[in-house]
Design a protein around this ligand. Structure first.
Ligand code: CP
Length: 362
C-alpha cells in the first residue's frame, strides 16, 4: 500500500505548506518542472463526469513531462460488466505510476488506495471529499492573503452534499483563528460528523444561518456552492431548494471590499454572470490554481521517500485502525459499501464513541 490522499488532512499542515511553496515555485519558473515526471504515467479513472478536475490533472502531468491514460466514462469501461473498483485499480496499477480517481460513491477512493500498488489521489468520492479542489482553494486564498490564519470563511449553498465544502472545512480548521459561517437551508446543513470531528474539537467559532445577506459583511472569503442535483433522492426537494441562493451585483454591495468570492464550479445559477466582472471574483483563478496544485501533489507523491507513510488523522490513516466484526454493516446508501458486495465493512470509533464506517465516515 503506497501513500495516497483521500482528503487534505491525509497530509500534515507542514506538507500542505510544502505543496503551496512548490506551487508558487512552479508559477514563478514552470520550465524548471517541465521534465520532472519524464517517463511516468498518470491514469485518470473517472466513474463520474468532470471537466476541471480530470482535464487539469491531465494538463498537470503533461506539464511535468509525463504521460496520461484516461478512463473518461465508466460506461465505456468494464465497470459496466460488474468489475469492482478494487479489481480495476489492481489492474491499472500494472499500467501507470499514479492514479487520480473520481467515483459517485463515498469511500470509493479509500477502496482504491488500499488495493492499488501505487499512490491514489481522490478526485472526488460522492458527497464525501474532494481534496485536490481544496488544494486549489487553499492556493487561491494563499495567493490572495499571503497567509492562511485569521480568516472568516462563509460556505453557502449545499453544505450537506458539497464535498468541496467538507474538505475545505477540514483543511481550514488547522489554521489559527479561523472562523466559519455556514449559510444553507435547514435541509442542506453540513453533516453532523463535520461539526463533531472538525468544528468542535478545534474550538472553531461557527455560526449557522440561512441568510446570505446577514453573513456577507462578516466574510473574508465567500465560498459559494451549487445545489448538487445528482445527490438528491427526492427530486421535488431539489426543485424546492435549487435556487435558495443567488449571488448578484446587488448582494455584493454587502461584502467587504476585499472579500473574495470562490466557487469550485460548475455553477448553475447561484452566481449571476454579472459578478464575473467584480474584481473580487476568484472562481476562474481557482481553476488555474487547481492545475498547479495537482502538479505539486503528483510531484510529492511520486517523489515521496517514505511511500508507506500515513499522516495520522486523515481518512487514509483511519484504515490502519479500522475494525471488523460480523455485526457491523454500513447502512449509508451513498457509500461504496452499498454498491459493491465484496467490500469488507469496517469501522472506526469516533471521538464521541460512535462507530463510523471507515469508507464514508458516516
Ligand atoms: N470543481 C470540480 O470538481 O469540477 P469538475 O466536476 O468539472 O471536475
Amino acid at each position: 500500500m503506497k501513500r495516497s490522499v483521500i482528503d487534505t488532512v491525509d497530509l500534515s499542515k507542514e506538507e500542505v505548506q510544502g505543496l503551496l511553496d512548490t506551487a508558487m515555485d512552479i508559477i514563478a519558473d514552470p520550465a524548471k518542472y517541465a521534465h520532472a515526471c519524464a517517463g511516468k504515467k498518470l491514469a485518470t479513472l473517472f466513474f463520474e463526469p468532470s471537466t476541471r478536475t480530470r482535464m487539469s490533472f491531465e494538463a498537470a502531468m503533461y506539464e511535468l513531462g509525463g504521460n496520461v491514460i484516461s478512463m473518461t466514462d465508466a460506461g465505456t469501461s468494464s465497470a459496466t460488466k460488474g468489475e469492482t473498483v478494487a479489481d480495476t485499480v489492481k489492474v491499472v496499477s500494472n499500467y501507470v505510476d499514479i492514479i487520480a480517481q473520481r467515483h459517485p460513491k463515498a469511500g470509493a477512493a479509500l477502496v482504491s488506495a488500499v488495493n492499488a500498488q501505487i499512490p491514489v489521489i481522490n478526485a472526488g468520492d460522492g458527497g464525501h471529499c474532494h481534496p485536490t479542489q481544496t488544494f486549489a482553494d487553499l492556493l487561491t486564498i494563499y495567493r490572495e492573503y499571503g497567509k492562511m490564519d485569521g480568516l472568516t470563511i462563509g460556505f453557502c449553498g449545499d453544505l450537506l452534499y458539497g464535498r468541496t465544502v467538507h474538505s475545505l472545512m477540514s483543511a481550514m480548521a488547522r489554521y489559527e483563528d479561523t472562523k466559519f459561517v455556514l449559510i444553507s437551508p435547514d435541509e442542506l446543513k453540513v453533516p453532523r460528523h463535520l461539526i463533531d470531528d472538525v468544528v468542535t474539537p478545534n474550538s472553531i467559532p461557527c455560526e449557522e444561518t440561512a441568510s446570505l445577506e446577514d453573513a456577507l459583511p462578516k466574510l473574508d472569503v465567500l465560498y459559494m456552492t451549487r445545489i448538487q442535483k445528482e445527490r438528491f433522492d427526492d427530486i421535488e426537494q431539489y426543485e424546492r431548494l435549487k435556487s435558495s441562493y443567488v449571488l448578484d451585483a446587488e448582494k455584493m454591495k454587502l461584502a467587504k471590499p476585499d472579500c473574495i468570492v470562490m466557487h469550485p464550479l460548475p455553477r448553475v445559477d447561484e452566481i449571476a454572470v454579472e459578478v464575473d466582472e467584480d474584481p473580487r471574483a476568484r472562481y476562474f483563478e481557482q481553476t488555474y490554481n487547481g492545475k498547479i496544485m495537482r502538479m505539486a501533489l503528483i510531484l510529492k507523491l511520486l517523489g515521496d521517500q517514505d511511500p508507506a507513510h500515513t499522516y495520522p488523522g486523515g481518512p487514509f490513516s483511519l484504515w490502519n485502525e479500522a475494525m471488523e466484526d460480523n455485526a457491523y454493516r454500513c447502512t449509508n446508501p451513498k457509500c461504496i459499501c452499498a454498491a459493491e458486495r465484496s467490500i469488507r465493512h469496517k469501522y472506526y470509533v469516533a471521538k464521541n464513541g460512535s462507530k463510523r464506517c471507515v469508507y464514508c465516515e458516516q
